[in-house]
Structures are given as structure tokens and as C-alpha cells.
Design a protein around this ligand. Structure first.
Ligand code: SAM
Ligand code: SF4
Length: 363
């Protein structure tokens, strides 16, 4: 293996420079040409969903993947095993679509929890059916959960998700807390027109209930291409709104590859007595691509080295052919990562939204 220094070389304009003379390593951590090591795998287990969030998918849903094209539990487990054993992945997050629609999710989590080394296992869900499954998922080995909730107002929830299901999400949150899936994080995306009015209520709710709120800037990944830079709610607007009602000071703990800029909310504590925090994820206005440590697997077995990647690497064909070993698949994955671009390009002239929407990539 050629030795390559990790880290993000920075060029004269503060932009990363690729290591043009580097040779892709075939062992050790999976890295790209900028020296970023991949540690975090996001696995979409389905593209289907039981909500219809306006910023994500149309009211009528999308053209779902054919069942035959969706990876089986055995295929997902094999790929996670390769990522963990051969490629240095340390954390796995299951997402979708709505991952709790997969009946075999507990089986998948249980197999991943049995891997050596055991990765950290997390789930991103809309929480609708979590009240029924939180305990079984925790028993299977799930460590943490992020539950999406954009408002605590029932009418607004129904308008945003096109389903009147707020009580189910609240029950899911409580079940996650009771099952010890902590810290229970709440992910919120704010609607451009009315979303700022939801922010303060959401934070109050999360502080009272002991959940950690993270508000995410809306990204150009909606199926209907309604996203607009001029109307999106920015991290600065979110901070200003929250500061009108809460005393926030920057959390100085190192952020690492975490996307959220965290703030300590003075006067509030978590259930285990630590200072309460709120996170703001400025994916568009302050991208954190330089520290990105993620690789993504879609439900139909395509590797994406970035949420916004214009191309994918087919891994399902290799998986389903007896000609390819785990080592062949690991090599293909390394090649897919090696070509990762320095940034998502959303703020570059000529940016084109990827053809897959967020729900089909896995958020
Ligand atoms: N259905 C699950 C859920 O909602 O948590 C998992 C999949 S969903 C695509 C994952 C996350 O992506 C959610 O927190 C959702 O709010 C977020 N999301 C969806 N569309 C988005 C967009 N256009 N910009 C930013 N976040 C988005
Ligand atoms: Fe479904 Fe999640 Fe998209 Fe909402 S954000 S429609 S819950 S996939």
C-alpha cells in the first residue's frame, strides 16, 4: 500500500487540492484523493414511505423500486460486513424511505451488531411505528435513533407530511427514550413559508422532553424540484429566531465529522444532567464537505460517494454474481470512494440536482 497522509490539503484559495500523484490504497481505511477517510456508512433499506413530506416527495408518492431490485437482508448484511471488516467503517445508519417499513430490519440490525468489530448502529426514521418496535430494535443492538419531526403543531404536521399522524410520532419518540436509544435526536427541516414559526415550539418541546433538536437547512433534493435558494430558511435565520427566546452559546467541543454546529441552551439540562444542546446543520450555507466521512448505499444496491453525486457505482451486480468475492466488492467500493469530489457543489455555478430525490438516496 502506498502511504498517504490523511487530512485535507488546502490550496491557495482555501480549496482542497487533490493528491494527483497518489495511488489508491488497497488496504487500510478507505480514502478519497483528498485524504478523507470513510468511517460512516448510510444504508437505505427501502425507497418507500408512509408519509409524504412536501419538501421530500409528491402527494402521490414516487415510482417505487421493483422488489426484485431491492437488496435482501442477506445482501445488506454482507455489504455492511465488507464495509466494517475490509474498509474501516465504524458507524452504520439505516435510513430510507422509511426504514421501519422493512419487516426484516430487526434481523439486519441484529446481524450487524454481531460483527467484529461491532460498528455503532443508528437509525433515521419518521417514527410512525416506533412505539411498536423501539424495544425490539434496542434489544437487537440499535444504539441510537434520529426521529424526523418538523413541528409540534398537529395541523401543521398534517399539512407538511400530508398525514394526520403527529400522535404516532410523539409516541415513537417516547418509546425510543424508554428503550434507551439515547441521545434521542429530533431532525427538523423547516418549511420556507411558515417553518420559522415552528422552530421555537420544537426546541421548547425537545428541551422539556429531553430530546436533542437538530434543525437542518433544506437541500435541493426534493423530488419536485421546488427548492429555491432565495426562499430557503438559512442557519443564520434559525439561530436568530431561537435566540429571541433562548440563551444560546457555542458548544466548543470538537465537532469532528459531525454536520451540526451545536449550541448550549443555558438553563436547560439533559435527562442525565448534562447541559442541553441544539444543533443547526448548515448544509447549504456552510457546507462541511471537507470533514465528510460518509459513504452511501441505496436500497437497490448503488454506491454513492456523496448525497449530491451525479453518478453511482453498481455494487448489486457484483453481489448477485458468484464470480465476485468480498475482496472484489471491497475494491470496487474503494474505487467509488477514491473518485469523491471535494464538495457537493450546491453553491457552484451550473450545479445540477441529482436525479434521485432524498427519499431514494437515503438521508
Ligand atoms: N423517512 C425517514 C425520516 O424522515 O426520518 C428517513 C429518510 S428521510 C429522507 C431522512 C431525513 O432527510 C429526514 O430527517 C428528512 O427530514 C430529511 N430530508 C428529506 N428531504 C430533505 C431535503 N430536501 N433537505 C433536507 N433534508 C431533507
Ligand atoms: Fe418519508 Fe422521510 Fe421523505 Fe418524509 S422525509 S416523505 S418521512 S422519506
Amino acid at each position: 500500500m502506498t502511504a498517504i497522509a490523511l487530512g485535507m490539503p488546502t490550496g491557495p484559495k482555501g480549496r482542497p487540492e487533490t493528491m494527483t500523484d497518489a495511488v489508491m490504497p488497497t488496504s487500510g481505511p478507505m480514502i478519497d484523493t483528498f485524504g478523507r477517510a470513510v468511517r460512516d456508512l448510510r444504508v437505505s433499506v427501502t425507497d418507500r414511505c408512509n408519509l409524504r413530506c412536501t419538501y421530500c416527495m409528491p402527494a402521490e408518492g414516487l415510482d417505487w423500486l421493483d422488489k426484485a431490485d431491492v437488496l435482501t437482508a442477506g445482501e445488506i448484511i454482507r455489504l455492511v460486513r465488507i464495509a466494517v471488516r475490509e474498509l474501516g467503517v465504524r458507524a452504520v445508519r439505516f435510513t430510507g424511505g422509511e426504514p421501519l417499513l422493512r419487516k426484516d430490519l430487526t434481523e439486519i440490525i441484529s446481524a450487524v451488531a454481531a460483527l467484529d468489530p461491532r460498528p455503532e448502529i443508528a437509525l433515521t426514521t419518521n417514527g410512525l411505528s416506533l412505539a411498536r418496535s423501539a424495544e425490539a430494535l434496542a434489544d437487537a443492538g440499535l444504539d441510537r435513533v434520529n426521529i424526523s419531526l418538523d413541528t409540534v403543531d398537529a395541523a401543521r404536521f398534517a399539512a407538511i407530511t400530508r398525514r394526520d399522524r403527529l400522535p404516532d410520532v410523539l409516541a415513537g419518540l417516547a418509546a425510543a427514550r424508554a428503550a434507551g436509544l439515547s441521545p434521542v435526536k429530533v431532525n427538523a427541516v423547516l418549511d420556507p413559508e411558515t417553518g420559522l414559526s415552528d422552530a421555537t415550539g420544537l426546541l421548547k418541546f425537545c428541551l422539556d422532553e429531553g430530546y436533542e433538536l437538530r434543525i437542518i437547512e433544506q437541500m435541493p433534493l426534493d423530488a419536485e424540484h421546488h427548492w429555491s435558494r432565495t426562499t430557503m430558511i438559512t442557519a443564520d435565520q434559525i439561530l436568530e429566531t431561537l435566540r429571541a427566546d433562548f440563551d444560546l452559546r457555542p458548544d466548543t467541543a470538537p465537532r469532528g465529522a459531525a454536520p451540526a454546529q451545536r449550541w448550549i441552551v443555558d438553563g436547560y439540562r439533559t435527562p442525565d444532567g448534562k447541559p442541553a444542546r441544539v444543533g443547526i446543520i448548515a448544509s447549504v450555507t456552510r457546507p462541511f464537505c471537507g470533514d465528510c466521512d460518509r459513504t452511501r448505499l441505496t436500497a437497490d444496491g448503488q454506491l454513492r460517494n456523496c448525497l449530491f453525486a451525479a453518478s453511482e457505482t453498481d455494487i448489486r451486480t457484483l453481489l448477485r454474481s458468484t464470480e465476485y468475492s468480498d475482496q472484489d466488492i471491497a475494491l470496487r467500493w474503494r474505487q467509488a470512494t477514491w473518485s469523491k469530489l471535494p464538495g457537493h457543489g450546491v453553491n457552484e455555478p451550473g450545479f445540477l440536482q441529482p436525479s434521485r430525490p432524498m427519499s431514494a438516496i437515503g438521508g
